[in-house]
Structure formats: C-alpha cells, structure tokens
Design a binder for this molecule. Structure first.
Ligand code: ADQ
Length: 462
C-alpha cells in the first residue's frame, strides 16, 4: 500500500484523544494516514513577519503532521482574499458578493508557490499526493514544475458553479487549466461534476470520454463524483455517550414538552440562516396554535470574521433573532435560541438527538455534513425528521429527507408543520432509508473511493 501525503489549507492536530473535536474529514484522513503512513501538510494557523519555510513537525506512529507559518499579507490576500472573498462566494453562486482583486490573485499564487517549495522535498517517489479544496487549486501544477511525478489527486469540497457564473472570474481559464496537472479530480456530486465538464467542453475545447476521463490538449485526467460522508460509526457511538445524554437531558429539561427544531452551521451566508429564520418566523405567524409548543435552537459559531460579508451576516442575524423573539416570545417561552459557539461532538450529538426536527437549509453547499450527523444521532425507535435544502450536495443522496427550497419561507413553514406532525411510522421509514446511506457511504468509504481511483490512475507519464 502506498504512503499518503495529504495537503490542505489547515491541518488537524494529532493527539486529540477520544474526547477530541475532530470532524469527519479529519477522522478519515487521519485513519488513512495511520493505515498507510504518511504526512499531512498545511498552514499552522499562525503568522510570522517574514516567511521562512521552516516546518514544524508532530509525529504519532506512522503519521506526521507538518505545518508552516505564513505572512500576514499572505493571509490577507490568499486566505481572506482570493480563497474566501473570491472563490468561496463565486463557487457558491454568489457573484454579487464576489470581489475581483488582482492583489488577491498574487497572494494566492505566492502561497501556492510557498506550499509547493516546502512540501515538495517531503514527497517520496511512490507516494500518493492528495490536495484538498479551493485554497490550493494551482498546487498540483507547482509540484509538477518542481519535478513531482507522483500520482496527484485533488478533491473540491465546495460546489462547482455553472459556466456562466465561473466566466465572471477574469482568470477563470488559468484556474481551471491548473486542475489538469492532477491525475484525479473529485467533486461532491454528479451535478458539480457536470458543471465542470460543461466548462471544459465549452471554454477549453475539451472532450469527455469514458470512465470520467476528461481531456484538454495533451492532458487527460479522471474527474469523478465522490460524495463525502461522516465517521458514522464513531458518531453513532458519540450519540450514546454520557456527554450526549447529558446534553440531550439539558435540552429536554430546559423546555419540557416542547418540540425542538435544531440548526447547526458555521456562520456563513451560504448556509441560508436569514432565510431559515424567516421560514421559522413564517411558521410562527401562520400557526398561532403551535406557538409555545416548539422552539428553535440555532447553533452558529462565527467563522472568517475578518471578511466583511461575514460581519454583515452576523449583524443581520442578531437583528432577525431579536425581532422574532421580540414579536413572539412570552414570559415563559423563547421561540428562538441563537447561540454563537462551538460544542464538542458528543454534546452536538446529544442536541441532535433531542430534536424533533433538523433544519439544514443552505442556499448552496458542496455536501453538508450536519445533515448526515443529524441522522446518525437519532433514536431509531423515535427518530426526528430532517428538513434538507434541495441545493445541498447531500440532497442527491438523502432523497428521503423532507426536501425544501430554502429561499421560500412558505415552503419552509409547510415543511416544519409536516415534520412536526409526521406519524411515527413514516418518520421511522424515512430515517431507516437515510441511515442506510449514511452508514454505507461514510467517510471511510469516500476516502477509499478516492484513493482507489488515484492508485489506479495512469500516472503523470502523460
Ligand atoms: P462546511 O462548510 O464547514 O464544510 P459542513 O459540511 O456542514 O460545512 O461541516 C461542518 C462541520 O462543522 C460539521 O461536522 C459540524 O458538526 C461542525 N460544526 C458546525 N457547527 C458546530 C458547532 N457549533 N460546534 C461544533 N461543531 C460544529 C465544507 C463544505 C461542505 C462539505 C464539507 C466537507 O462547505 O459542503 O460538506 O466541507 O467536505
């Protein structure tokens, strides 16, 4: 079995132990690294006044993490700039929020060079190299330029936008052509892959062949759908722990006899939080008899706080939650609890399990793991109902959720009523079908799917 080199913007710390807060991706990549041995490389999260390329290592058995510090200007232009002010909004179909700045592109290119310079010497001849996400699209090409002839894979965690939107990026061609340095490129869903193929055939004169082969000029890559999953077995077990039971009981006790509707998201405009609040507000307005019998908990830890659009969405949500509670609260009832912090995974599992309804309604999402975690945490004898946006990648697999258009407050209100009144047999039937998929296509399955494709790829001989 070949050694693995994983490269992503940030690196999960080793030695977190069973009580740690590792998300599914970290669990899977660390498991793959443990099995195969190898290195996980990325940014430390810290800055230094001047880039040195010095690598800080941590080791655990066959797994090594290797991180570098970047300069403040790198973070401004690469992370808060091109990655999160340009690519993130554009790839989530938000051209209106996309900033097109040449400086950002310069910083993006510079950091990708710096990554390539520092990681290239760590790559051994037979290693599989797996690069993650929109921060690092050009890295494959930079590695090739430094003589790396290994199998190179790239996985995009976010959507791939329709061609008409992508071409609004002045450097769209360079960005997409850079993907042809890899051997395998993975997308979350067949739809995002289809958008990619459309771009390649209409803008780059490329061709699409059998088995996902896509050719532009003299380069052929394999482009595959590979929907990411969660660490289902671990998460189901987390939902059975004392910490989970404690969190669940805390929820029950704080609202006896009331049905919980839960949302858990990074505070991000792609997650559709204002629209979700509006849907819940519509529900309260349309169903006076339900007031006092339900409450909504929205957990949303802030992210990317240096980016203006994130400050704006936070301010908007503060206003909306105040308005809803101001309008509908009673002396003994708060309709909306809005919490801006993170929780350990077992506690999160307990909160999901206490909920009658999971509200996962992003306006656009590569996959959305919260939808899968919600399902994994349910009590099989009395499961809650998942309401899921049609525009989340997860909707392609989770067709037995109650699917909604997240832009429509009316649809959301109807879905909430339907979920709250759904007979137990129907809840069980839907949940069984959902959990079946969440168990089968878990994060380890995803990891194997991608790495098998990468191992089978005809290496850079091309
Ligand atoms: P994200 O946009 O971060 O990921 P998501 O898939 O929902 O979105 O994953 C969020 C993770 O953070 C979940 O595991 C969730 O439990 C955790 N989380 C959220 N709020 C939390 C809180 N308050 N406390 C603790 N944990 C919290 C990107 C893409 C997604 C894609 C993933 C993986 O945008 O579409 O599914 O990568 O590929």
């Amino acid at each position: 079995m070949k050694r693995l080199v994983v490269i992503s913007n940030r690196v999960q710390q080793l030695n977190q132990g069973p009580g740690g807060n590792q998300g599914g991706l970290a669990v899977a990549l660390l498991a793959a690294l443990k099995e195969r041995g190898g290195v996980w490389f990325g940014w430390s999260g810290s800055t230094v006044p001047e880039f040195t390329g010095e690598i800080a290592y941590e080791h655990e058995g066959p797994t090594t993490t290797a991180v570098i510090d970047l300069e403040p200007q790198d973070i401004d232009e690469y992370y808060n700039g091109f990655a999160n002010r340009t690519l993130w909004p554009l790839f989530h179909y938000r051209v209106d929020l996309t900033e097109f700045e040449r400086d950002f592109e310069g910083g993006y290119a510079r950091v990708n060079h710096r990554f390539a310079d520092t990681v290239a010497p760590l790559i051994e001849e037979e290693d599989l190299v797996w690069v993650h996400d929109y921060h690092l699209v050009p890295l494959g090409g930079e590695l090739r330029r430094r003589g790396v002839a290994n199998r190179l894979g790239f996985f995009l965690h976010i959507p791939w936008p329709p061609t008409d939107l992508l071409v609004s990026l002045p450097s769209h061609r360079r960005l997409v052509e850079a993907l042809f340095a890899y051997d395998v490129v993975g997308f979350q869903t067949a739809d995002w892959l289809e958008n990619f193929r459309h771009y390649v055939t209409t803008q780059l004169d490329g061709t699409v062949g059998e088995d996902g082969l896509v050719t532009v000029g003299d380069r052929t890559i394999r482009a595959i759908p590979a929907p990411i999953g969660i660490e289902t077995a671990e998460f189901e077990a987390a939902a059975q722990t004392q910490a989970a039971a404690f969190a669940r009981d805390r929820m029950y006790m704080s609202a006896t006899g009331r049905s919980l509707i839960v949302g858990v998201d990074r505070l991000d405009y792609s997650k559709g939080l204002p629209e979700r609040f509006a849907g819940y507000e519509r529900f309260l307005a349309q169903h006076p008899d339900r007031r006092g019998l339900v409450y909504m908990l929205q957990i949303a830890p802030p992210s990317r706080e240096k980016v203006d659009t994130y400050q704006e969405i936070r301010a908007a949500l503060d206003g909306l939650s105040g308005r809803i509670n101001g309008e509908y609260a009673d002396i003994d009832w708060t309709p909306l609890r809005y919490v801006n912090k993170g929780y350990p995974r077992p506690e999160l599992a307990g909160v999901y399990r206490a909920a009658r309804v999971g509200l996962v309604t992003p306006l656009r999402d590569g996959m959305n793991l919260v939808a899968k975690e919600f399902v994994a945490a349910q009590d099989p004898r009395d499961p809650g109902v998942l309401i899921l946006s049609r525009f989340a990648g997860a909707a392609a697999q989770m067709t037995d959720a109650v699917l909604v258009n997240p832009y429509s407050a009316d649809e959301m209100s109807e879905a909430i009523l339907r979920a709250l009144t759904m007979p137990r047999e129907e809840r069980i039937r839907r949940w069984e079908s959902l959990i079946d998929c969440v168990r089968r296509e878990d994060v380890h399955w995803w990891c194997d799917l991608f790495l098998d494709a990468l191992e089978d790829a005809d290496v850079a001989a091309v």
